[in-house]
Design a protein around this ligand. Structure first.
Ligand code: C2O
Ligand code: CU
Ligand code: CU
Length: 536
């Protein structure tokens, strides 16, 4: 792709409570060696930082739902400005849940409900471009009611809070919560508003490593200004391509591993970049779970394509490596990413000789048969309707659309306009066609888990034969997806998860089980509004 840089936006360097003024540095040349403007001594180098994970968030209180007797955990996260030690010498201002990036991990059992209080204590305006910091929190991977789904225009302003309710009734999976504020998702997530969320269940507990051997990897790329602030350049909304790869907010970290099997929950939280993870040894990894949890059958891969927002859980078996050996998790990249000197690396594992607890059967087990699920049991013959969506870009307006629709059309319609209206529990096939060679689009459908039926008329990749909610629609690809719409009625978003595309303006909505003139009891704009945050 051609890079045309008109401007390079940076945090103003005014500290964590910095004012709105963005600094615009005109750039006339393209420097393919680095995107950051850090001096040599401030630039991080691969494999100099110890690996760490985000802390697990404790519930503030627990209770019982009086209606159905289910356990309920009450959590709070506060969206706030803070700064992070990402670079060797400079601090980086961020906007983050509880002031840390990635935000705290929420971890609970299937069937335990969560009430998440999200407090917006952000500065009034975003330090990069000055937009008003109103937010909407989406739990990506959850079949939430519309009013708790992070509907983009259902925003919470500074000084307000919103209570989000999640049933966690679906099978175990790796989810993530992130900002979804209307037309500003890209800048808000990039600034740090993203975190993992894990739901456990007995099937997954029995089959896969737990505890310290169940490891969250939130991977994203970033670029930095000379003062250590995050820089933002989305190449006219094509995508942001950072030159620094972060895992859990640390550049190319090194993790010490025992000689046993580990489980990694890999989330690509990049706002644009896609990954192609591979081990430096050439050995395969075993993919055991996709966005919506366990696959029917484990799949061995030497590498796989991993778009933004997708989650893949992989097992890596370190038993065969020598003490002291370093195994790198590399990134082979994909078409239409912009790569730099070190974007071909993600992190490294140093094999140590610590005693292994062999009473835990997952220590040396790579399971083959995993678990069936409702979505993977669906067959195409159950589909009542096939809908087709073309993924488009207009050169004249520089707007990305789904068909001819954008979120601006949804706003202009008073949130009425929908691109599809499946009945509750209807099974349908949705097809996405990306006829362009210039972009890939990770397409995400809210509410549902889907099964990938085909790509360009052929079988999907082996590693995506599991429950999914985001699918990589590569250049000149057409994918067919099979899904059942439920368990809730209401309006839900569908969009590209390259977040500059989403914001400009590749997002639409569909309704489930709503007649045209029906009153929508779950109207996301009115059913559960944010309230003034008096501190209680
Ligand atoms: Cu991860 Cu609609 O988003
Ligand atoms: Cu989602
Ligand atoms: Cu896109």
């Amino acid at each position: 792709m051609t890079i045309t840089r008109r401007q390079f936006l940076v945090y103003g360097g005014l500290g964590v409570l910095g004012a709105a003024a963005a600094v615009t540095v005109p750039l006339s040349t393209v420097d393919a060696k680095s995107a950051s403007r850090l001096s040599d001594r401030d630039m991080p180098r691969p494999y100099r930082t110890a690996f760490a994970q985000a802390p697990v968030l404790r519930p503030e209180s627990t209770g019982i739902d009086p209606v159905d007797g289910a356990p309920v955990h009450h959590y709070t996260v506060t969206q706030m400005a803070s700064s992070a030690a990402i670079l060797p010498r400079l601090m980086t201002p961020i906007l983050a849940y509880n002031g840390i990036f990635p935000g705290p991990t929420i971890s609970l059992e299937r069937g335990t409900k969560a009430v998440l209080r999200v407090r917006n204590q952000l500065p009034a305006r975003h330090p990069i471009d000055g937009h008003v910091l109103s937010t909407s929190t989406h739990l990506h991977g959850s079949a939430s009611l519309p009013q708790f789904d992070g509907y983009a225009s259902d925003v919470t302003y500074q000084g307000f809070k919103k209570y989000y309710r999640y049933d966690n009734a679906q099978p175990a999976r790796t989810l993530w919560y992130h900002d979804h504020g209307v037309h500003r998702t890209s800048l808000n997530v990039y600034a740090g508003l993203a975190a993992q969320y894990h739901v456990h269940d007995p099937a997954e507990r029995q089959l896969l490593p737990q505890g310290e051997f169940d490891v969250a990897l939130t991977v994203n790329d970033a670029m930095f200004a000379a003062n250590g602030a995050l820089a933002y350049d989305d190449h006219d909304h094509s995508g942001l391509w950072g030159d620094v790869m972060l895992v859990n907010g640390r550049p190319w970290p090194v993790m010490q591993v025992q000689k046993r099997v580990y489980r990694f929950r890999i989330l690509n939280a990049s706002i644009s970049r896609s990954l192609r993870p591979a081990l430096s040894t050439g050995d395969p990894m075993t993919v055991v779970a996709t966005d919506g949890g366990l696959m029917p059958v484990a799949r061995q891969v030497a590498s796989y394509r991993h778009g933004g927002a997708e989650r893949y859980e992989v097992l890596i078996d370190f038993r065969k490596y020598a003490t002291g050996q370093r195994v790198e998790l590399r990134n082979l990249s994909n078409r239409n990413n912009v790569d730099y000197d070190h974007t071909n690396k993600i992190m490294a594992f140093d094999v140590i000789d610590a005693p292994v607890d062999s009473s835990d059967p997952t220590w040396n087990t790579i399971p083959t048969t995993l678990a069936s699920s409702d979505v993977m049991a669906l067959t195409a013959s159950q589909s009542r309707k096939t809908r087709r969506f073309r993924l488009k870009h207009s050169d004249s307006t520089n707007v990305f659309t789904i068909g001819s629709d954008s979120w601006q059309d949804v706003v202009a319609s008073g949130f009425r306009k929908v691109v599809a209206n499946p009945a509750l529990d209807a099974t349908e096939i949705w097809e996405f066609e990306n006829s362009s060679g210039g972009w890939f689009h990770p397409m995400h459908i809210h509410l549902v888990d889907f099964q990938v039926l085909s790509r360009n008329g052929r079988a999907p990749f082996a590693y995506e034969l599991g429950p999914k909610d985001t699918v990589y629609v590569g250049e000149s690809e057409t994918v067919r997806l099979l899904m059942r719409f439920g368990p809730h009625r209401g309006k839900y978003m569908m969009h590209c998860h390259n977040l500059p595309h989403e914001d400009h303006d590749m997002m639409v909505q569909f309704s489930v089980g709503l007649a045209d003139d029906a009153v929508d009891a779950n109207d996301p704009m009115t059913a559960a509004p944010a309230v003034w945050d008096d501190g209680s």
